[in-house]
Design a binder for this molecule. Sequence first.
Ligand code: SF4
Length: 534
Amino acid sequence: MPDGRDLSNPTPGREPTNAESSTDDPPAATSAQATPPGADLSGPTEKCGVVGVALEDRAASRPLYYSLYALQHRGQESAGIVTHDGFQQHSHVEMGLVGDAFGEGDLDSLAGRTGIGHVRYPTSGGVNASCAQPFSVSFKSGSLGLSHNGNLVNADEIREELANLGHAFTSDGDTEVIAHDLARNLLEADLVRAVKRTMDRIHGSYALTIMHDETVLAVRDPQGNRPLCIGKLEDGYVVASESAAIDTLDGELVRDVRPGELVVLEPDGSGFDSYQLVEREDTAHCFFEHVYFARPDSIIDESLVYEARRDLGRKLWAESGIETDVVMPVPDSGRSFASGYAEAANETTASGEERPAEEEAVEFAEGLMKNRYVGRTFIMPTQDERERAVRLKLNPIKSTIEGKSVTIIDDSIVRGTTSRQLVSLLKDAGAEEVHVRIGAPPIVAPCYMGIDMASREELIAADRSIEEIREEIHADSLGYLSIDAVADVLGESRLDLCLGCVTGEYPYDIDGEDTDRDVQRPVIGDGATASADD
Ligand code: SF4
């Protein structure tokens, strides 16, 4: 029986930073410090990044630290590392960015050649230190550390069952639920069977790195919703959310962790074992990883994100291109789309014919400059100032825009506020026309799999036509990419992708929502914990 003790070690008394909002609408004007509209000009927000390493003969803490830096874009709320030195577990978890969370002394104190790490933006559970990860728990036959990217949709059912069995929970996050379930199964089964039993009970999206004593494991949910890959280092192995973390360690990408697979790294860094614990015919890769969340230099499910975004940009031109004087990205996320879009625009006309050689090339320009030093929050006492916040973050280059018809390319529209502000910014700067093109389909429904996407009521596309959205953001025209184009570029059938936020039909069994496939959540509370068929 696990004792339910949380060994994670957030610094007492340190308040969490104000989370960067994924929304592009202002919060109510009651506080002097708030996340502004336009402070985050991105769309939805990724929630977590995970990593694990096993090395031959050097401490794991610094490679983990560098990997977390490489994954910082996946979560900025907290950062943590858990290592094991063969005798005991060491943990350091803090609120804040990676660079702020660890000092030299912290890294030195994380002894051991194996470890896992995590960067987090809260998905399930509150914005507080008790939900920061890796989550640690000690129990009768050892210690566990867990890093989770994703979101379970049946965590409450399992929590209730385990609580009735005497488990004490210290957070309201779903990661602790996985940790307790696994700890319980480890009392009755070996490592591989225990993981399988837990996988048979949890339902939803998960890419996990786990430490059981000094052994590092990696697990991806049976539909592979969130990315996870394996890399080889000169002196060991690494598992990470994105291959960019492997690159940072001068490693080689071996392959993706397969959906439903458990990977067990040898604690001496000499190799890894693979167990295909659950098999499904279809996958449910999150298409938004390719569109927006992942780093462009990462390879996810065998596809280089940068290339995918350029190809999506090319498709965007083919589907909804419009002849304008200049094509501009919304920095930074629209850049790869815009370069593909402009490249295609120079090859064919908007009506699909080959562009005559004598015609002037379509201009691809950086007309919006981003102020990289605007923090995640800043002081804006009044609503009016918040409305103008986009000016703090982006400044138009007037000479690129004045008197011209302009196309701006972005990756998504969530609530529409930022898009409206951008259009008005460009018109104020002298643009004659502003056309908006989006490298993804309209977001019509929320995400339950670990992405901060806003609620249905807040999503501008949930109940509006594209023409109505165009009117609301005051653009001269608006075009989105089709779902088929996304599937085509990613080389997957629609049924191998999660498209829940753009179709309203999900690849998991979620209360009150439709599914797009034959999928059912496991029945919890029927005694299956101890009697699961291994
Ligand atoms: S609902 Fe959208 S953001 Fe969420 S996992 Fe599916 S595709 Fe990704």
